[in-house]
Design a protein around this ligand. Structure first.
Ligand code: SF4
Length: 386
């Protein structure tokens, strides 16, 4: 059974004001050795969950994994391969890079360490946007990293861009997209800035001090982005992700297709379908605070903070929710095989007639119109299951 391993590195240079990930501004001071040791120990606590074979992807996310030395990353990759019995052949090994924290030497080191896919947090090529977002990278870093990644030997790489920043016009976004296409990357992620509670931007927004583009212009940004990137040979395979054929991120596809993954590191999440007493799956999450995580691994074993068994309905809902993010949509026969249920199309025919969903062959997917009301449509779809 295919599965992936996620490794969370929670440290960043500074905390970006929009970010609600489990990440901590460290100003260059973080316990790399201790944290790497904790990850290795945590991996050692897993037995059969990792030993079954079938590893397809490893993903180093954060935080800023590129703050760590290639030597630390190599130790973790070797331990994962050893625990999973993988030779490493054919396994996608991705690592997120903040442009400010890596140069050509480090990138070459990461490649030697076994990383074969880079995801660079570029976000923009304009000073206004990067400053607005509180990023540590400037436009020169954005360009430099995209020249150095292929120079270090990576053919499979991606970078993130963000739109919907304060006062952003379509012309400014077009500038970013045009610049993006001057780099022959295999994959581009284009995200809309979202305002999350508990972030600096969340506070400013509540206080009325943050100007964002009007909600209804965001679907325009998405349609524009899709047309722009598709005309250059990228295919939108998920709401925010575009890839050249064959370069879709295997690890993220695993999440969106309801696959199995083990997450190690502070706050990392795991999911194993078919596990637990119910037989419908189990998910759990680690302690979020990095120091508490390190302490827990050394003192009490698995650093789990929260875990739950899934019931069938929950597992089905999760799977539908995730599959609707993907352009390929929901695989109806696969849902039937896995959970013994499938949507009764005759009961939700009105959703199709009104242009919210489309059914082609074995696949059911949301239309652009449906994507705007996805929560409501999922409820109706779940109610039609039989
Ligand atoms: S670099 Fe990434 S993970 Fe770190 S604070 Fe900024 S957005 Fe969050």
């Amino acid at each position: 059974m295919a599965f992936g391993v996620y490794v969370h590195i929670p440290y960043c240079v500074t905390k970006c004001p929009y970010c609600d990930f489990n990440s901590y501004g460290s100003r260059g001071k973080f316990p790399e050795e201790e944290y790497t040791g904790a990850i290795l120990n945590e991996l050692g606590l897993y037995g059969e969950e990792l030993a079954g074979g079938g590893l397809t992807s490893v993903f180093f996310g954060g935080g800023t994994p590129s703050l760590f030395a290639p030597g630390s990353i190599e130790k973790i990759i070797s331990a994962i391969f050893e625990k999973t019995g993988s030779s490493g052949g054919g396994v996608e090994v991705s690592l997120e890079v903040n442009p400010k924290t890596a140069d050509l030497e480090k990138l070459k080191g990461l490649r030697r360490a076994g990383v074969n896919r880079i995801s660079a947090g570029v976000q923009s090529f304009t000073r206004r946007k990067l400053e607005f977002l509180g990023r540590i990278n400037d436009p020169d870093d954005s360009v430099r990293i995209l020249e150095e990644v292929p120079a270090a030997g990576f053919t499979n790489y991606s970078f993130d861009l963000m739109y919907g920043t304060g006062g952003e016009t379509m012309a400014e976004w077009e500038g970013d997209l045009t610049r993006a296409l001057s780099f022959p990357s295999a994959h581009i992620s284009a995200y809309c800035l979202t305002i999350e509670n508990g972030t600096e931007f969340g506070k400013l927004h509540r206080a009325g001090k943050l100007v964002l583009p009007p909600e209804d212009s965001l679907s325009e940004f998405i349609s524009y982005t899709t047309a722009f990137l598709e005309s250059a040979g990228y295919r939108q395979y998920e709401i925010s992700n575009y890839a050249r054929p064959g370069y879709e991120c295997r690890h993220n596809l695993l999440y969106w297709r309801g696959g199995d993954y083990i997450g190690v590191g502070a706050g990392a999440h795991s999911h194993l379908g078919g596990a637990g007493e119910s037989g419908w799956g189990k998910r759990w999450a680690n302690i979020r605070n990095p120091n508490s995580y390190i302490k827990a691994v050394s003192e009490r074993g698995k650093p789990v903070d929260f875990s739950e068994e899934l019931g069938r309905d929950e597992a089905v809902e999760d799977e539908i929710l995730m599959s609707f993010r993907l352009s390929e949509g929901l695989d109806i026969p696969a849902l039937k095989r896995k959970y013994g249920v499938s949507p009764d199309i005759s009961r939700i025919g009105y959703l199709r007639e009104d242009g919210f969903i489309e059914v082609s062959g074995d696949k059911l997917r949301l239309t652009k119109r449906g994507a705007l009301l996805s929560d409501e449509i999922i409820v109706r779809l779940v109610n039609s299951l039989g």
